[in-house]
Design a protein around this ligand. Structure first.
Ligand code: DON
Length: 312
């Protein structure tokens, strides 16, 4: 069933306001100090169809850093730069069931490689696989890739969030040193983390996220020009990870209740897509106990039920 966009555009503002009320039950992330200033009751959504319809409601202009949403795009770029074999030599294909910054399984498997590219350990290894001679060059290539997919050359890194992340990243440093010791990380720790912090701190709004999601919904092709931006096979890999690990430890429940590929970040962003139909960008900084936007997940659940979006 395709989505009734006329009804959706009429109803979206009131559905969004109903979900916004749920924000009061969540809390803004504070372990990265700069993130705690985000307005906890903000909620915005942008939905773009592959035919070019654009629907927006709520706080669509609210800027936020991509955080873990960027991990989908570093994975894609690493696949483009190095190929499937080289990427999967370094990261696995399985969900962990642990927190996104957990060290636990790195010591339980041989060789101690991260279970998947969307947890912090996996994304840190992926940062080192991006082509480039220096951390600055790698970070610039990631930024250029995201600008191309979002169709906005003015997208930039939020330097104060980036500094805030770096200053407080004891856990990520531990993970990176552990990976270095396991000989899974070939590059040095600090230059790799510099790339990682910079891509997590890329600042966007939900329109950008929706635009990037339409490229994934369109199997890697720019919906406007038809040009291939990402090979279809790599989009397939990214969507599979989004289903199994994209919403942290809520990925199973999200698959049952919403049923579409999605990736969230701790600043409250969610990128989601209905394959062949829609790209969706959401921001709602108040998070639920699993670290996902509480109002964003609520809204996606309502929309998926109403329009039968589940891919299963
Ligand atoms: O490294 C961190 O903790 C943040 N830059 C990103 C965390 C996040 O969004 C959750 N990841 N899966």
């Amino acid at each position: 069933m395709s989505t009734d966009l006329r009804e959706l555009s009429t109803m979206l503002p009131s559905w969004l306001e109903a979900s916004r009320r749920i924000s009061a039950q969540g809390a803004v992330a504070s372990y990265i100090p700069e993130l705690q200033h985000a307005p906890s009751d903000a909620l915005g959504i942008a939905i773009y169809s592959l035919e070019g319809h654009t629907l927006e409601a709520g706080d669509c202009s609210h800027s936020f850093t991509m955080q873990s949403i960027s991990k989908v795009f570093t994975l894609l770029l690493a696949l483009i730069d190095r190929g499937e074999q080289a990427v999967f030599d370094k990261v696995g294909m399985e969900p962990t069931g642990d927190d996104f910054n957990s060290m636990l399984k790195l010591e339980l498997v041989e060789p101690g490689k991260p279970f998947n590219p969307l947890i912090n350990a996996g994304a840190i290894v992926i940062s080192s696989l991006i082509a480039g001679q220096t951390p600055a060059e790698k970070a610039e290539r990631i930024l250029a890739f995201i600008r191309r997919l979002a169709g906005d050359s003015s997208i930039a890194v939020n330097e104060s969030v980036c500094r805030s992340e770096s200053r407080t990243a004891n856990r990520n440093r531990s993970l990176a040193y552990f990976l270095k010791d396991n000989e899974v990380l070939d590059d040095d720790v600090e230059p790799t983390l510099e790339v990682y912090f910079r891509h997590c701190s890329i600042e966007v709004n939900c329109r950008h996220i929706a635009r990037m999601a339409t490229v994934l919904a369109n199997d890697g092709r720019d919906p406007q020009t038809g040009r291939e931006l990402v090979p279809r096979r790599y989009v397939q890999i990214a969507k599979s990870f989004m289903i199994t690990c994209g919403m942290y430890n809520e990925s199973g429940e999200f698959s049952i209740r919403v049923g579409i590929p999605a990736k969230s970040g701790v600043s409250g962003g969610i990128l989601a897509l209905v394959p062949g139909q829609l790209g969706i960008g959401i921001v709602g900084p108040a998070l639920n106990g699993k670290g996902n936007s509480i109002a964003g997940v609520h809204l996606l659940k309502q929309l998926s039920e109403r329009y039968d979006w589940s891919i299963f």
